[in-house]
Write a protein that binds this ligand. Structure first.
Ligand SMILES: [Zn+2]
Length: 321
């Protein structure tokens, strides 16, 4: 198999770039690929080490914050420092050592970088120095959700593979295979990225979103709602405040579309039905604007409770009129 030594998997989040990159890494390291597509065998010593996350010839470069989410190495408990959302220069230095020491098992060595945009220009430039050194057995697989932001030199040194959104039927079939067919109506909300939706379903985030939408379908007293929503965004809960505001924004946006007879973009008609008829368009547009302004404060509200009360009052006004 002849493969470029630096690949860039580019496309929207949640469509399977990371999954394919991991499968390709396993294939490159596998000692006995098999099947019509010569995929990793899953049984050789190399595949077993991959499955255990302990392959000595495989490295994953990702922001510390992402490693923490996966329960991997990260900032120790009690450490007040927030985990970085950037790939740090130190990680590239460690990669240099990895690069210059020969492979442990005499085969390929693979480094996965996810996402490439988490490297600032200084970090990206030190990676480029490694990319420029020819090595026949070293493969880089970079993942990017925003490849247009990458350094031009990084783009020119890698072969770009574009990923798009799968067709709806394909996403539905895949969700059914994952026993998640009941979540299919959320596909538009997740930008038709089935893996992002599946992630949300498994992490409990989708459940919080469903609660939120059920509340929006039957808006009652805004202040009572604010109390309920406070529980949804409390520390360690599945939803962040900004996400909550975005859901409300999308909801108002779709109500506006329904009101003028256009097809909704994020939710299905049935979901919107109970409130769509009651909402007056001018009030909806005003609410959209006000909620949009609130979004700027969502990540650091001075008082989360007051913020939510403000949000509920503004968002629900058009629905109660
Ligand atoms: Zn194998």
């Amino acid at each position: 198999m002849r493969l470029p030594h630096a690949l860039l998997f580019a496309g929207p989040p949640g469509v399977g770039k990371r999954e394919l990159a991991e499968a390709l890494a396993a294939r490159l390291l596998c000692e006995a690929p098999r099947g019509a597509y010569e995929t990793a065998c899953g049984e050789c010593p190399s595949c077993l080490m991959m499955a255990n996350g302990q392959h000595p010839d495989y490295r994953v470069l990702q922001p510390e914050a992402d490693s923490e989410v996966e329960g991997g190495e990260g900032v120790a408990d009690g450490d007040k420092k927030k985990a970085s959302r950037q790939i740090r220069i130190q990680q590239i230095r460690e990669l240099e050592d990895f690069f210059h020491v020969g492979g442990h098992r005499g085969g390929a060595r693979v480094c996965l970088i996810d996402p490439a945009e988490a490297m600032n220009p200084i970090v990206a430039n030190s990676l480029l120095k490694i990319l420029e050194e020819p090595s026949s057995s070293f493969y880089f697989i970079m993942i990017s959700h925003r490849w247009r932001n990458l350094l031009p030199t990084l783009l020119s040194r890698s072969r770009r593979v574009m990923f798009g959104h799968p067709p709806v039927e394909e996403s539905q079939r895949w969700l059914a295979e994952q026993k998640l067919d009941h979540t299919a109506r959320w596909l538009p909300f997740f930008g038709h990225a089935p893996l992002a939706l599946a992630d949300a379903a498994r992490s409990g985030r989708l459940k919080a979103l469903e609660t939120l939408v059920a509340d929006l379908q039957r808006p009652g007293d805004p202040l009572a709602l604010a109390v309920r929503w406070e529980g949804l965004v409390k520390a360690d809960a599945a939803l962040e405040m900004e996400e909550l505001v975005v859901v409300v924004q999308k909801w108002l946006f779709d109500l506006g579309l329904s009101r003028v007879g256009a097809p909704p973009r994020y939710f299905d008609r049935q979901t919107l039905e109970p409130v769509a008829k009651k909402a007056a368009l001018p009030a909806l547009l005003r609410a959209q604007q006000q909620v949009g302004q609130l979004r700027a404060w969502a990540n650091h509200p001075l008082n989360p409770k007051l913020f939510l009360e403000d949000l509920c009052v503004r968002a629900l006004k058009p629905l109660n009129s």
